[in-house]
Ligand binder design. Structure first.
Ligand code: SF4
Length: 393
């Protein structure tokens, strides 16, 4: 199997330099750097010279800039540290049993760069470690749970780990007969495709453990077509040739991925590359995320508009919300109502459940939508909690 792809060697030799300090960016005026200090004290900044090279510094609203450079409005009082209440499904350190068949392993607490809208930004700031560097407990947990057919390695970005460390986890998972799918959630192909282009052992390792009846999936995270550089395309091509199934998922983010033409271009291009768009997520109400949120109704209409510009293969995605009660698809909006449906549910009773809410053009999350009377008793009941308006149970 050709796992090497057709990378040109000069491209493959590049090693992007990581930048942690806005003061190291000559493109930003000093006044701006001073203004942003308060933001970076709260929400860490991390980038690299390859990704920063994609920014159009002449455009203050440039989407790539918006994704990577802090913004003052992140300081507005908004959201929770753990907006999907991942704590509730954490069974031991670094291990979340999210749905019956799905376990998440948080294998590290960093990424090659930080998206400003990250829903797990608590990991980058928190002194209390949540990820497990030694996955012994996680692997044992999966071993003891035969219902788990899917393991998602996440973090942070698993591809930040060295190939030998990654292989240790992947190889151990492959020894567990009931684990059929190993997923790796990664924005590495967008942030630093050279991680994949430079390391033949990584690609060979993935090829070794992606079997015909037990595939490895790379859950790519491209937000904008400008991230699909020739290097990123080559990196994805290497993974596809190695037998890794690649799909894309990203949130709809104000000023980055909320333009129907841009969305359609991204999904079409990805489909040409063999990387179907899998999910578009509602931006989670995490701390610092107010400037990045797009209300559900607006997002739904923009996604539908984008779909009109796409081939069938490019628009196989679902638009959903990773709510603490499950993954909820937003299936429709009319002049009075928002229609939602559980795609995955934490509780059995919610599986495939249909929800009708009053239309609210400002609502950005399920908890802000008001259920239609009559559906309330059948479908859910809301209980007050001190830290949120409603909990859906
Ligand atoms: S790649 Fe994912 S985990 Fe990493 S900073 Fe971006 S959103 Fe957060």
């Amino acid at each position: 199997m050709d796992t090497k792809g057709h990378g040109d060697l000069t491209v493959r030799k590049r090693r992007p330099r990581t930048v942690f300090d806005l003061d190291r960016l000559p493109q930003l005026p000093s006044s701006e750097k001073i203004r942003l200090r308060a933001v970076t004290e709260q929400f860490a900044f991390k980038a690299n010279d390859y990704y920063l090279g994609l920014v159009d510094w002449y455009d203050p609203d440039d989407p790539i800039r918006r994704l990577i450079i802090p913004h003052r409005s992140e300081l507005s009082r908004f959201g929770k540290l753990d907006p999907s209440n991942e704590k509730a499904v954490t069974v031991c350190r670094g291990v979340q049993h999210k749905y019956e068949s799905t376990v998440l392993l948080l294998v590290n607490e960093t990424c090659p760069a930080f998206c400003r809208y990250c829903f797990r930004k608590r990991l980058f700031a928190n002194d209390t470690p949540e990820a497990a560097y030694d996955m012994k407990d996680g692997l044992e947990y999966v071993r003891q749970h035969p219902e788990v057919s899917n393991v998602l390695m996440t973090g942070g970005d698993p591809l930040v780990l060295s190939t030998p460390r990654l292989e240790k986890i992947v190889a151990a998972l492959r020894c567990i007969d009931h684990v059929r799918i190993i997923r790796i959630g990664s924005k590495m192909p967008a942030f630093n495709p050279f991680r994949i282009l430079n390391d033949d052992t990584l690609v060979e390792m993935l090829a070794k453990y992606s079997w015909p009846d037990r595939r490895i999936y790379l859950m790519c995270h491209f937000d904008h077509p400008r991230e699909l550089t020739s290097e990123a395309r080559q990196a994805v091509d290497r993974l596809l040739r190695a037998g890794v199934v690649c799909v894309n998922q990203n949130p709809i983010i104000r000023g980055i991925s909320d333009d129907p033409d841009v969305m359609a271009e991204l999904w079409n291009e990805l489909s040409f590359m063999g990387v179907p768009q899998y999910y578009v997520f509602q931006c989670r109400p995490a701390v610092g995320n107010e400037p990045y949120s797009v209300p559900v109704v607006e997002a739904y209409h923009k996604i539908e508009q984008a779909k009109k510009l796409c081939s069938g293969l490019a628009k196989r995605l679902k638009y959903g919300m990773s709510h603490e009660s499950g993954k909820i698809e937003i299936v429709g909006v009319d002049h009075r109502h928002v229609y939602l449906k559980y795609h995955r549910a934490k509780r059995k009773v919610d599986e495939q459940r249909f929800i009708v809410c009053h239309r609210d053009d400002k609502a950005c999350w399920l908890d802000q939508l008001r259920p239609v009377e009559g559906y309330r008793n059948d479908y859910y009941r809301a209980v007050s909690r001190p830290d949120s308006a409603h909990q859906w149970i």
